[in-house]
Ligand binder design. Structure first.
Ligand code: G3P
Ligand code: MG
Length: 359
């Protein structure tokens, strides 16, 4: 809420003029690889704060990843980077799901992916959520390969939900929506269970029926994790699910994907940055109009040309793109298909470039 933001970031009357630019940072392949900071990220991000630790330059993290609530990610990033990051500065691929709460009111929905997908959805306000781990556990033998698996399924998520939710009658209550929140963990089991839910109108083991709505938080084919070469992302899982579903049904899979490069994601990020700067400079009288929160430039610092740079290009003014070489992109020059406005080695170079240009 703005009051919280105002408290965290408010500046004194003698503070320098409000900046007319903002920055959106991709996380995987720019700030982190796996859980390790890269490219001088902690030192570079600290430059966006004053000596006293208040935010000087409005910025946020705009990632297609997720799987935990935004406030949890903000805490993790604060610890990793050594600065105070607010939950409002974290936009996950699944953050727009909160706009769908009304549509699903009291419907049973299934949340898929690593981390705590059901906790994420529940915190957004969805009332009847089961993680796919918990949902699958109701159906004996739904995964014929389960006896061969040596791992245990998402204890935390299921455990938390067993405590706060009544147990649903999943054998008679249809699943009305499926939300892929983060990268699926057990692809084999999830492909099977999702084909069951989506082919039967939300009631596995029964006749074919209308497909319930299916949402993906993002559509990244590949992304940069800790391994030296790219890893398969949610978009790869979507391709697998779609091709299998289309083979076993006589109608194609319908779905909606969120995340970058959708222009609405960038518009939303610009609005958040607008609110952030108002809370940083509540009494400011600069040339920038508060009412329309206009920035002269918002920089997207990303590693994935197809996703980050393409998205900034599609979003148009005031977006400008900076491509780093710490993730998916490793080229010498610019990306031929989605050329960025600037190409640099690391996020630290990106911040140097932006601050030199703007300050
Ligand atoms: O799973 C995360 C990945 O798809 C992308 O994350 O931060 O590079 O947008 P990011
Ligand atoms: Mg990335």
């Amino acid at each position: 809420p703005p009051s919280d933001l105002a408290q965290r970031f408010s500046h004194s009357a003698s503070a320098p003029a409000r900046p007319s630019f903002g920055i959106a940072f991709d996380i995987d392949g720019v700030i982190l690889r796996g859980r390790s900071p890269i490219g001088g990220a902690p030192r570079a991000i600290r430059r966006l704060y004053s000596e006293e630790g208040s935010l000087k330059i409005p910025f946020l993290f705009l990632t297609n990843g997720g799987g935990v609530p935004e406030h949890r990610r903000a805490l993790e990033l604060s610890q990793l980077l050594g600065v105070n990051i607010s939950p409002a500065q974290v936009v996950h691929g699944h953050s727009p799901y909160r706009e769908l709460v009304k549509r699903f009111k009291d419907d049973l929905i299934v949340a898929v992916g690593k981390g705590e997908p059901a906790v994420v959805m529940s915190e957004y306000g969805f009332r009847k959520v089961l993680s796919i781990d918990e949902y699958a556990s109701y159906y004996k033998d739904i995964d014929p390969l389960a006896p061969f698996k040596t791992w245990k399924v998402g204890q935390t998520d299921s455990y938390m939900f067993a405590k706060v939710h009544p147990s649903y009658d999943v054998y008679s209550e249809r699943v009305k929506g499926v939300f892929v929140v983060s990268d699926p963990v057990d692809w084999g089991r999830d492909l099977q269970v999702l084909c069951d839910i989506l082919s039967t109108g939300g009631l596995p083991g029964t006749e074919k029926g209308d497909q319930p709505p299916l949402y993906f938080a993002a559509d990244d084919l590949e992304y940069q994790a800790a391994f030296p070469s790219e890893r398969l992302g949610m978009g790869a899982f979507r391709i697998a699910l779609e091709s299998i579903f289309n083979q076993i049904n006589d109608h194609p899979l319908k779905y909606t994907s969120y995340g970058k490069p959708n222009p609405f994601v960038f518009k939303n990020a610009a609005n958040i940055l607008g609110k952030l700067i108002i809370s940083m400079y509540p009494n400011s009288q600069t040339s920038m109009e508060v009412k329309d929160c206009q920035f002269s430039t918002i920089y997207m610092v990303g590693d994935n040309p197809k996703v980050d740079i393409n998205g900034a290009m599609k979003a148009g003014h005031p977006w400008s793109s900076v491509l780093t070489r710490t993730g998916v992109f490793r080229g010498k020059d610019n990306d031929p298909q989605f050329p960025a406005d600037a190409v640099v080695d690391t996020v630290e170079d990106a911040i140097n470039y932006i601050l030199e240009k703007e300050c």
